[in-house]
Design a binder for this molecule. Structure first.
Ligand SMILES: *Cc1c(COP(=O)(O)O)cnc(C)c1O
Length: 380
């Protein structure tokens, strides 16, 4: 780079590869799907998908069909599955691009069968069971109808039931009673589909927390998202280091201005911070338009001048301020690097620290980093 970027997200693809290998070792009897939806949780879908493939992820997963098409357009082959469909969706394009699709109900099965007929080839579908999440998926009461219709379509050659799958509600809370209930129901619903002749290639229910903590949920395939990026699914499960993962994203900014101000000076919109004494303020040119949560106003941590400091006052759209404290010993100058979060290995805060400061989960911290923030890749 010729110019120092205002703010940028450094993505360590070696960390992505290492995490995929670590997760494969944890779920040694299953295949691994790297979930790269939402631009790989903000890390960049195509580079992360390639890195994950290099490390042995035989499957890639996206939410929307458009996200799956983006991978194909970049020349990524092999198994790709997408699961978030609405009526009238691009089923035919998915079939033609050999993308596995999820089917949660009769309307989706009817649309995918019609698309397969037009495309002149069988659609690979994964029947999704709602085993208790209460979100997407087919209710147990409607399962017989969906399985029956899918098996009939399979006999006719329009679909191939390549998967039966489900998703956990509380896998990040080990010991939660819903986990066992969902697992039991999943086994029952899989057994029913198999008895009816579905013969799925993969049965899958585990997300990152289940992959890390519940080996009995691995089945044939684990679908890991957040862990691929080296972020802990929940503070209760431990730090990334304890889970054998390395955070891939570091968010860095260049200090735009350092200036001395007198005591009693209001800082940023609403004056929610006032300088306690004569001090210096550092201007960090990143704000909520870049994905810095405004909810972390007055709380977000930043490594700057060798110390972890705190956002002073409100986070604005494009900027926030750090109060460097009294005295001139801070040594911070315009042009210095400020690290908002990273691996934590060099004393910087982590995405988990920002999640705590913003009263949210670390998933949201990395995923919300905005399109205005360039991604800079290491280990490419
Ligand atoms: C996002 C998602 C995943 C990955 O979840 P993580 O907790 O990030 O591992 C797996 N399955 C489905 C259906 C998802 O939507």
């Amino acid at each position: 780079m010729n110019t120092t970027p205002r703010v940028y997200a450094e993505i360590d693809l070696d960390a992505v590869r290492g995490n995929v290998r670590a997760l494969r070792a944890r779920a040694a009897r299953a295949e691994l799907m790297a979930v790269v939806k939402a631009d790989a949780y903000g890390h960049g879908a195509v580079p992360c998908a390639r890195a994950a493939r290099e490390a042995g992820a035989t499957w890639l997963g996206t939410a929307t069909p458009q996200e799956a098409f983006e991978l194909r357009a970049a020349g990524i082959d092999g198994r790709i599955m997408c699961w978030l469909w609405t009526p009238g969706g691009p089923w035919q394009q998915a079939v033609e691009q050999d993308i596995d699709v999820s089917v949660s109900g009769m309307w989706a099965l009817e649309e995918v069968i019609a698309a397969a007929r037009t495309a002149g080839r069988a659609a690979r579908i994964h029947l999704k069971a709602d085993t208790g999440l209460g979100r997407n998926g087919c209710q147990p009461a409607d399962w017989a109808e969906l399985v029956g219709a899918a098996v009939a379509a399979q006999a006719e050659g329009t679909v191939q039931v390549s998967g039966v799958w489900s998703h956990f509600a509380c896998a990040d809370e080990p010991g939660h009673p819903s986990i066992q209930r969902q697992l039991d129901l999943f086994r029952e619903m899989v057994a029913y589909a198999e008895k009816e002749g579905a013969d799925p290639e993969v049965r899958h229910i585990a997300n990152s927390p289940a992959t890390l903590t519940l080996p009995e949920t691995h089945f044939d395939l684990v679908r890991t998202g957040i862990a691929v990026y080296g972020v802990s699914p929940a503070p209760e499960l431990g730090t990334p280091q304890r889970l054998g993962l390395r955070p891939a994203m570091s968010l860095k900014a260049t200090v735009a201005l350092v200036k001395s101000v007198p005591a009693g000076h209001g800082v940023s919109y609403g004056h929610h911070h006032t300088t306690a004494g004569e001090t210096a303020l550092a201007l960090i040119p990143a704000g909520y338009a870049d994905g810095i949560p405004r909810h972390a106003s007055g709380r977000g941590p930043v490594l700057l001048g060798g110390a972890v400091r705190t956002v002073a006052g409100r986070v604005a759209m494009d900027q926030f301020v750090v109060d460097l404290g009294q005295g001139t010993g801070h040594g911070v100058r315009a042009g210095d690097e400020a690290v908002l979060f990273g691996s934590g290995e060099h004393g910087e805060p982590t995405a988990e620290d920002w999640a705590k400061a913003a009263d949210t989960i670390a998933y949201e911290i990395v995923t919300r980093i905005g399109a205005r923030v360039p991604r800079v890749y290491l280990g490419g």
